[in-house]
Design a protein around this ligand. Structure first.
Ligand SMILES: [Zn+2]
Length: 191
C-alpha cells in the first residue's frame, strides 16, 4: 500500500472503518437500551422481566464495546505505533459484537475489516536510526557496481594479437614485435 502523503503516516482505512463500525455498534446498542428501558415495565408485567434485563445488560456491553472500538479507532490515528495492538483488540470486540448482531451486523463487519487493516498495516516512513543518504555498501553513481560487465573496447576492429596490435589497413592481428602485417605487408607504425 502506498503512502498517500501527509506529515503523519497512519492506517487511514483502518481508522475510518473502525470508527464508523464503532459508531454503528454504539447507535444500535443505545437504541436497544432505550427500547427495552421503555418496554421493561411491560415485559415485567408479562413475567418477562428477566428477559428484558438480559437484553439491557447485553446492550450495555455493546455500548462498552462500541466505546472501546471508537477509542481504538482514534488511537490508531493519534498513535499509529499502537495500530497493531488496537487492531487485535478491535477484531476481538467486533467478532463478539457480530455474534450479538451489534451495529446491525454491518457495523461489526466494518469494525472487523478496520481491525484487520490495522493489524496488517506497515508504516511507510523510514525506520529511525537509519543513516541519511545511501546505505552502506551501495556504490556511488560513477563507479560500476559489482557484477556489471566491463565497458566494451572503443575500437570495432577484430581481436588483436598477443601484442594487442592490429593492422591499420586490413585489420589483421599482428604478433607482438612484428614490423609488418603478416597478411598485407603494411608497415606497423611505431614498431
Ligand atoms: Zn595488413
Amino acid at each position: 500500500m502506498q503512502s498517500r502523503g501527509g506529515p503523519v503516516d497512519y492506517p487511514r482505512g483502518a481508522h475510518i472503518l473502525s470508527l464508523i463500525g464503532g459508531i454503528l455498534i454504539l447507535i444500535d446498542a443505545i437504541v436497544v437500551l432505550i427500547a427495552f428501558a421503555v418496554l421493561g415495565t411491560a415485559l415485567a408485567s408479562f413475567g418477562l422481566g428477566a428477559f428484558g434485563a438480559i437484553i439491557i445488560a447485553l446492550a450495555g456491553i455493546g455500548v462498552v464495546f462500541a466505546l472501546l472500538i471508537i477509542f481504538g479507532a482514534l488511537r490508531i490515528k493519534s498513535q499509529p505505533t499502537s495500530a497493531h495492538t488496537w487492531g487485535i483488540v478491535i477484531i476481538l470486540l467486533a467478532l463478539i459484537s457480530f455474534l450479538g448482531g451489534g451495529g446491525f451486523y454491518i457495523g461489526s463487519i466494518l469494525a472487523l475489516i478496520g481491525g484487520i487493516l490495522a493489524v496488517v498495516w506497515k508504516p511507510t516512513a523510514p525506520a529511525p536510526g537509519q543513516p541519511y543518504g545511501q546505505p552502506y555498501g551501495q556504490p556511488g553513481m560513477g563507479a560500476p557496481g559489482p557484477g556489471m560487465p566491463p565497458p566494451p573496447p572503443p575500437s570495432m576492429t577484430p581481436m588483436a594479437g598477443a601484442g594487442g596490435v592490429t593492422c591499420a589497413y586490413c585489420g589483421t592481428a599482428i604478433p607482438a614485435g612484428s614490423k609488418f602485417c603478416p597478411k598485407c605487408g603494411a608497415a606497423v607504425p611505431g614498431a
